[in-house]
Design a protein around this ligand. Structure first.
Ligand code: HEC
Ligand code: HEC
Ligand code: HEC
Ligand code: HEC
Ligand code: HEC
Ligand code: HEC
Length: 434
């Protein structure tokens, strides 16, 4: 009520004031209402429309990661601009909606802002997301707004390709082993010194006793290098060690015939999975396009690389040199001759889509932590035993797969354990051998 009572005298007063005063007040009133309208407008077109609902933000985050992250970050320019604050920068929210749905259309329509941006980004075409609904895009914006307000993350652990994460699982055991070995050698030396002291103390003790001449000779006989190496015990130990080491080398050699675990050849271009799949989190399937639908995962052709490297010509680790090789291969239309790493013999048949798409096995189960490797190395044995072992242990992923309904029903009548790959024929020779 108090605000009303203050307002009323003002109105009454204006009626009684001279003209000049009246004009002043009406001007002030006009500009005030303009301000209010402007504030209302800016609220509706910016902050009020973009939701702060946590559900919207997390839905937006999922959409952003699935669709936009290959090219955009919130706080960092990548293939496309950093999207922080974009809702304030772009002409309008509606503009953003139509740009995301069909950027080519907006650019072709001659929109100034879009054309300028397009040229600024070397005419890189943004994917058209015609399937995204308005509310999806609003959720993405909710996520971008939340991230913008959070500010850039400080000291991201994966910031540098040579980040502190590098030496992980492989480094540790080897280090411990060395420490243990050094410790054991030190203990051995200590034992030898103590034994030496004991021997000389014994000698002094025996010297004071009355001994026969033969015993005296034994006690005083010097322990020389010769006397040790000639002793039968020593000869036995040496022969045993040589035989054991030789045997181990032969067995190792036999086992590794045709086995290429750990094989990591140098590639024609220093392409790094650690940078692309690790640091920039590009989805494996973005490059290895065959993985969901075919036998072979396929190595990406240069045009997939050029989606981004049309833009990015400078690497943090190798500078321009390695990307220049890529660009010159692109210009000369020569395919890059990547060295093949994983290779089964012709007699065996392996199908990626069966394992990745149907069974839902993660790439890393078979290929190891590829996203941490600067140079790809073969992680698994890739022997027949390796395939069979997994088929014995792994349950068939039959959920939502009508193809398996009958089999699962039959299986459950006979057994209480989940159906293994073995039980759908995963051990039959002909499934893997032509
Ligand atoms: C293939 C890479 C790529 C993908 C994927 C991509 N964008 Fe873009 N985006 C770009 C590029 C490049 C530009 C700069 C304009 C141009 O070249 O067309 C851009 C520009 C934009 C702009 C305008 C930025 C500004 O500064 O005004 C918005 C907004 C945007 N993208 C949103 C999205 C959203 C949301 C997604 C996911 C649904 C997405 N983009 C996915 C490449 C991409
Ligand atoms: C930006 C594109 C790109 C992305 C993303 C990518 N790769 Fe690769 N991948 C390549 C290229 C190029 C090669 C061939 C050069 C090499 O071996 O480094 C390759 C090679 C491989 C190989 C070895 C192929 C052989 O010769 O046997 C495996 C396995 C592999 N990638 C798995 C993955 C997995 C798993 C992911 C996701 C974590 C992934 N890749 C993400 C481009 C990519
Ligand atoms: C989705 C975008 C994208 C794709 C696709 C892509 N790259 Fe990259 N690439 C990048 C980014 C981002 C960088 C990092 C630039 C930096 O170091 O700041 C990079 C860096 C590089 C570097 C330099 C690494 C360094 O730091 O010195 C090489 C070489 C390279 N890429 C090769 C390739 C090859 C070959 C392909 C195709 C198989 C490919 N890239 C596909 C985004 C991409
Ligand atoms: C069940 C184990 C398994 C899984 C899961 C798996 N791979 Fe493979 N991958 C293999 C085997 C085995 C080979 C060798 C195939 C051959 O020589 O015929 C291979 C070869 C490859 C190759 C090189 C040759 C080719 O087929 O083009 C690439 C690239 C590759 N895998 C990428 C991937 C990616 C990316 C994923 C995840 C989306 C994945 N793999 C999942 C076992 C697996
Ligand atoms: C990480 C575990 C794993 C490894 C390793 C693995 N497989 Fe499989 N494999 C599966 C699963 C799970 C299925 C069941 C897929 C399905 O539901 O159809 C399967 C199915 C198959 C099938 C179809 C079987 C059928 O009866 O339909 C073949 C063929 C096959 N694998 C070959 C191989 C070969 C060859 C290798 C080794 C180079 C291999 N697999 C390694 C998990 C594995
Ligand atoms: C799950 C898939 C799978 C099944 C089932 C399977 N094999 Fe194999 N087999 C392989 C793979 C993969 C290799 C190649 C291994 C290598 O290169 O070390 C192989 C290799 C072989 C070889 C060649 C060995 C060599 O040293 O070159 C013979 C022989 C063989 N298998 C016989 C059989 C017989 C017989 C059966 C049925 C009882 C059978 N396999 C079932 C996957 C399978």
């Amino acid at each position: 009520m108090s605000s009303n009572s203050r307002f009323v005298p003002l109105v009454l007063k204006t009626d009684t004031e001279p003209n000049m005063n009246k004009n002043l007040i009406s001007a002030a009133y006009k500009s005030l209402s303009l301000l209010v309208v402007f504030a209302l407008l800016s609220i509706t077109s910016y902050s009020q429309e973009i939701s702060r609902d946590p559900a919207a933000i997390s839905a937006g985050e999922a959409l952003f990661n699935a669709n936009c992250k290959t090219c955009h970050r919130v706080h960092q320019k990548l293939v496309g601009p950093a999207l922080q604050d974009v809702y304030n920068r772009a002409p309008s929210i509606d503009w953003i909606k139509s740009f995301v749905k069909n950027s080519a259309g907006v650019i072709a329509g001659g929109d100034d802002y879009a054309v300028k941006l397009y040229n600024e980004f070397n005419k890189t075409q943004m994917t058209a997301f015609s399937s995204l609904k308005d509310e999806d895009i609003m959720n993405v914006l909710a996520y971008i707004q939340a991230e913008t307000e959070k500010g850039p993350e400080v000291a991201k652990p994966t910031a540098g390709p040579a980040g502190p994460q590098a030496p992980t699982e492989e480094g540790l055991p080897a280090k411990y082993l060395n420490v243990i070995l050094v410790g054991m050698v030190l203990i051995l030396i200590l034992l030898l010194v103590i034994l030496g002291f004991l021997v000389s103390a014994m000698k002094r003790f025996l010297d004071q006793k009355e001994l026969s001449p033969e015993d005296k000779e034994v006690v005083n006989s010097p322990i020389t290098f010769g006397s040790i190496t000639r002793s039968p015990g020593f000869i036995f130990i040496v022969l045993f060690l040589v035989a054991a080491l030789g045997f181990k080398a032969v067995v190792n050699g036999l086992y590794s015939i045709g086995v290429q675990q750990g094989y990591a050849p140098k590639q024609p271009i220093a392409f790094s999975h650690k940078i692309h799949a690790g640091q920039y989190e590009i989805d494996c399937k973005y490059c290895h396009v065959g993985v969901m639908k075919g036998k072979s995962a396929t190595i990406p052709s240069i045009n997939i690389c050029m989606n981004c490297h049309n833009q990015i010509r400078q690497g943090a680790v190798t500078g321009e040199a390695e990307i220049a090789k890529l660009v010159s291969a692109w210009d000369s239309k020569k395919p890059i001759e990547w060295v093949r790493i994983h290779n089964l013999p012709d007699l065996a048949y392996f199908n990626h889509s069966q394992h990745v798409n149907v069974a839902g096995v993660e790439c890393q189960t078979c290929h190891g932590p590829i996203e941490t490797m600067d140079v790809v190395r073969q992680h698994s044995l890739l022997t027949m035993g390796w395939c069979i072992d997994c088929h014995r242990k792994t349950d068939v992923n039959s959920k939502g797969n009508a193809y398996y309904d009958k089999l699962v029903e039959l299986h459950n009548k006979k057994s209480k354990t989940p159906m293994k790959v073995e039980e759908i024929g995963g051990l039959e020779c002909a499934k893997c051998h032509y």
